[in-house]
Design a protein around this ligand. Structure first.
Ligand code: 3EB
Length: 353
């Protein structure tokens, strides 16, 4: 477990450790993302008050599970609305939706995954309207068999149809107004989505080396992905930066299709470019590669040592890096890296009491 690096980004610990934390600790947690090798352990979700997203995804760098906990600050409220389980303090709301596609029937014009995605996103937007947390900071999307084709379309592209339609239906399809996100593939499990939202508009950041994802041409699917490259969130005197899942894409094209080292290098160059944009906006110390908390998704288990070596060569030893075995949303991508950054959390900034 590393020290708290921001007001929000708390501890990463094993599922067993997460479940054995004292109640006082859990009373300060907004929610958690849990990645488990084994079929999802129902004890994680059994917790009544802390929403937990469970994804069947294996950690590659030791340990058999990892839970990423997000911290609250002050009085907490939890609840359920439809398929969403949420918890919030005065500033930030964390929620999870896990929807089995089997709940949806294939109808002639929408696939089950597309319907599940549209339903999940519509429910999120409805919840945020109702609880007055209008601004989305970050989405995490996990989709079984993300690269498989069914109903004549790759499943990631089906997901993009449902997501875009929900954004449109709620008038959230405004350019420059998309949250940070990631979208990864698991081998099984329901559509699993987690999100963070708040009451102060974040800065949404794009990468000059890449075409904005919402402007990708049609060759990547009939509906473009609705996310920005990063979001910079202000919470009182704190700032938190969410860097979206980032890959070896320049312009809109995948570079180095068969070279995982070159993809890693290109991906980190993209993240550096995103940091430079964030650094125009920050009122605090500049963000640097060496100070981020990383999640690194690898399509092939065997690439772990090479990628880790390259990341450490370029980044040094960041406060956290977690490697997970996942499919990436383009067949030719071998690695995707996401990151979170805060500024050192000191009691001067207002502790969590
Ligand atoms: C890319 O840059 C790589 O669909 O939400 C990264 C982050 C990617 C988020 C998403 C997809 C998503 O297009 C893939």
């Amino acid at each position: 477990m590393h020290d708290t690096v921001s007001r929000l980004h708390g501890a990463s610990l094993s599922v067993a450790a997460f479940l054995s934390q004292p109640v006082q600790w859990r009373n300060n947690v907004l929610g958690a993302l849990c990645f488990l090798a084994d079929p999802v352990d129902s004890s994680v979700q059994a917790d009544g008050e802390v929403p937990c997203m469970c994804v069947p995804m294996r950690r590659l760098d030791g340990g058999n599970s990892i839970c990423e906990a997000w911290y609250a600050n002050g009085q907490l409220t939890h609840g359920r609305l439809g398929d969403i389980h949420y918890r919030h303090d005065d500033d930030v709301l964390f929620g999870v939706v896990m929807l089995p596609e089997a709940n949806f029937e294939a109808d002639s014009n929408k696939t089950p995954l597309q319907q599940a995605t549209e339903s999940a996103y519509r429910q999120v937007f409805t919840l945020l309207d109702r609880l007055h947390f209008p601004y989305l900071f970050r989405f995490w999307n996990y989709i079984a068999d993300i690269n498989v084709h069914s109903f004549g379309l790759e499943r990631y592209r089906q997901f993009n149809l449902g997501r875009k339609d929900a954004f449109l239906a709620h008038g959230r399809d405004l350019v420059g107004n998309f949250p940070a996100a990631c979208a990864l593939g698991s081998t099984q499990g329901p559509l699993a989505i987690a999100f963070l939202a708040g009451r102060v508009a974040p800065f949404n950041i794009e990468n000059p080396r890449q075409i904005s994802a919402y402007r990708y041409p049609q060759q990547y699917g009939p509906r473009s992905p609705t996310f920005s490259r990063a979001s910079l969130v202000r919470l009182g005197t704190e700032e938190v930066l969410f860097v979206s899942g980032t890959a070896s894409i320049v312009g809109h094209v995948t570079l180095h299709p068969d070279d995982v080292i070159a993809q890693t290098r290109e991906t980190l160059a993209n993240i550096e470019s995103v940091l430079a944009q964030a650094n125009v906006r920050t009122t605090r110390a500049k963000f640097e590669l060496a100070n981020l908390c990383y999640k690194i998704y690898l399509r092939r288990e065997r690439d772990l040592e090479q990628v880790r070596h390259e990341v450490e060569r370029i980044v040094g030893h960041p406060p956290e890096s977690i490697y997970l075995h996942a499919d990436i949303c383009r067949q030719d991508l071998l690695v995707e890296i996401e990151a979170t950054a805060g500024h050192p959390f000191t009691s001067v900034d207002g502790g969590r009491g």
